[in-house]
Design a protein around this ligand. Sequence first.
Ligand code: TYD
Length: 391
Amino acid sequence: MIFLNLGHQPLANNYTNKKELSKKKKYILTVQYQKKNNLISIKKKFKSKIMFNNKYPYRSSLSKTMRKNFKDLAKNLINKFHPKKILEIGCNDGVFLKNFNSQVTVGVEPCKNIADLIKLKKINVHKNYWDLKLANKIKNKHGKFDLIYSANTITHIKDLDIVFRSINQVLSEEGILVIEDPSLLECIKNVSYDQFYNEHIYVFSLISLQKILKKHKLEIFKVENLNVHGGSNRYYIKKSMNKKIRINHSVKQNKIKELKYKLDKFITYRKFGKNVKESKRKLKKLILDIKNKKKSIIGYGATAKSVTVMNYCGFKSDEINYFVDTTPEKKNKYLPGTNIIVKKYKINSLKNIDYVYLGAWNFKNEILNKERKYIKKGLKFITHVPYPRII
Ligand code: TYD
């Protein structure tokens, strides 16, 4: 049951330096609810091969917040579980695995340009997509793992059955699977519709994930609510047969929270759909009012989320003059689907700018702190989360 139509959208990380190409190749992005397992997914699901290739521009280690989060998590996992062998599915540039002894880690990263960055850190990496074939290959080569970690990856893979069957192949009987992904509850509460783009095939709630895992004899034993990526959940999962681990009260607490918010009812999503339309109307008004006063607006953080917002609201370089971003791979390319160019972020990028649209709103604190000198001088930030406004 479809509840949201975000219009014509491009592949969110398809950066090009050719303006004409940027505007071509769009598809209609709609979001649907599956009653059976309360699962939210985008309707048109692309194959991994199309989205994650050797030109993938996203790098986890470019944010200070993320580097610190991964470092702290690695320390906690070592202290709590004393893992002997660790596998990460979707290890990006190795920002998490580099915190462990490289002798005991294995990474999976299908984007070869990103995987090549990992070699420098001497981490054992398989440059393939996560599936049964790769899981078998890894099991034959490295044996089973007592810790498997995956952040912001599982929700990017179309066939969840294959994902968890493959995990079951390589997870030891008493092993632990830790996954983290944006929280559907936070997405709905914050009207952060930009969590939806081609790579985010699913946005999990606890209740949906529980149903999917049950089929694979896997069970969530703890949930942590995180601030990262605009509100995420970290799920600690074990094999159902393993009775040594007790179920933490956080599982029940989070379930109650989600049911109270009616994440198991279609009407919640219908209401969300209406809120999204209202958010678009208000953001357009805010931006156009500023432009009418002949002020400059640039975007900060050329995120995949910004691609959804710019394309859904129909913003062009007349409204958002350009974006600045720290990612080398995005430099001098067009924000997918638009004629808005991405410039390399420089220390004085915000000099003489009136307003900044916060594309990377999930790093609000890090960015506002970094740019406080300009804010003091009168620079203003705009966000649409949880509602369009000047910060
Ligand atoms: P992110 O919000 O993680 O991603 P997405 O929506 O694409 O999944 O991406 C953050 C982007 O913002 C990334 O392109 C790097 C950029 N960025 C900056 O340019 N400066 C900053 O200070 C921060 C924190 C991020």
